[in-house]
Design a protein around this ligand. Structure first.
Ligand SMILES: Nc1ncnc2c1ncn2[C@@H]1O[C@H](COP(=O)(O)OP(=O)(O)OP(=O)(O)O)[C@@H](O)[C@H]1O
Length: 350
């Protein structure tokens, strides 16, 4: 079985960004792509970067292997500022950093085996050792039977598996993923996410990814940072940020996960009103309908449910219709707070 990165240093700081800034000088004006970014990424975690288009995600990701040279601040990897690296040090650092891309970036005239073996060849590793390591990688990504196939003969998911194998063949301890599943259908996305989760755990690999797919963050990441106009506006464990987003940009990005909003209000009939029970991750148990009904003390009908589990936490919203007189509203709201993390009355009495 493949295993590298033997020292179990999970949890230690792997990457520290200190006052990182990136400007692109232009004829008309200078673009400030990153401004004073300060964050830490721990060894062995899966760290997501999200934000609207142009927020600075790629600039940040590419700063981690100096594909972008920072304009200010430091990128410390295992405590060393990579800005100061000479060519040889940078080459060594890049060998410890794999990268995968949205469009796979495979060489179409080379076979799967040759694509995977290319970094080994460039690193001067001999044929026998190359063959052995390529076999190991093919086994890791489940493509043993595709060694002699050409990229054009593969599905999108298989191409990305080759991309992952090529990225890992030099046994890096950091994998950068640039929209790795954005070109894939839902089924291939799921299998690539499962593979990334597996290699993250088995190989103690730190994974940093950018994506516009919030499902990917929800399924894969431990922590997430939200960028807006080159600045960090929010960061934390995924369940915290997704359960209780505090910035408008985050709320907008998360709407893709929870479509529906004001327009899905069920009309309350006369004598009824609607309550939203919010679950923001404080509980480990899914809400129990009989307990909600008992706590509210009045007939309670489920109108809409949007509940999910992220990192073992319960997040989401239940919308219920309560048949109760107006004068007990305050009491019902108080009772509802015993069975939800927060409560909101969303429609006036009909
Ligand atoms: N090489 C460059 N020259 C000039 N401006 C650039 C360059 N690369 C990026 N920018 C600008 O820097 C800002 C941040 O770009 P970046 O690609 O990092 O954002 P992003 O969040 O990855 O966007 P997207 O999601 O659209 O890929 C944008 O305004 C972009 O136009």
């Amino acid at each position: 079985m493949v295993s590298f990165n033997q020292q179990p240093l999970a949890g230690a700081v792997h990457i520290r960004l200190v006052g990182l800034g990136k400007q692109y000088p232009g004829r008309e004006r200078t673009v400030h792509a990153l401004r004073d970014i300060n964050l830490e990424i721990r060894r062995g975690e899966v760290f997501g970067i999200i934000g609207r288009s142009g927020a600075g995600k790629s600039s940040l990701l590419r700063s981690l292997n100096r594909l972008e040279q920072p304009s200010n601040g430091q990128v410390l990897i295992d405590g060393e500022d990579i800005a100061g690296y000479d060519t040889a040090q940078l080459a060594r650092q890049r060998q410890r950093t794999g990268m995968i891309f949205q469009h796979f970036n495979l060489m179409s005239v080379k076979t799967v085996g040759e694509n995977i073996g290319l970094p080994l060849k460039l690193a001067g590793i001999g044929r026998a050792e190359r063959e052995r390591r390529v076999s190991e990688m093919l086994q890791l990504v489940g493509l043993e039977d595709k060694r002699d196939a050409f990229p054009a003969q593969l599905s999108g998911g298989q191409k990305q598996r080759v991309g992952i194998a090529r990225a890992l063949v030099l046994q890096p301890d950091l994998l950068l993923c640039d929209e790795a599943t954005s070109a894939l259908d839902p089924q291939s996305t799921q299998s690539i996410l499962a593979l990334l989760r597996d290699i993250n755990r088995r190989l103690n690999l730190t994974i940093v990814l950018i994506t516009h797919e919030m499902e990917v963050i929800r399924e894969l990441c431990d922590r997430v940072v939200v960028l807006e106009a080159g600045e960090v506006v929010e960061q934390g464990e995924v369940w915290r940020v997704f359960g209780c987003p505090c910035h408008e940009v985050t709320r907008t990005l998360l709407r893709t996960l929870h479509p529906g909003g004001a327009h899905d209000l069920a009309p309350a009939s006369a004598g009824d009103w609607l309550l939203d029970l919010h679950y923001t991750g404080a509980r480990g148990q899914a809400p129990e309908l009989s307990a909600i009904s008992a706590a509210l003390g009045y007939p309670t009908h489920l109108v809409q449910a949007n509940i999910e589990r992220i990192q073992g936490r319960i997040l989401g919203r239940l919308r219920v219709r309560v048949e109760a007189p107006e004068q007990v509203c305050a009491q019902v709201l108080q009772q509802a707070r015993t069975v939800a993390d927060s409560v909101e009355r969303v429609a006036a009495r009909a």
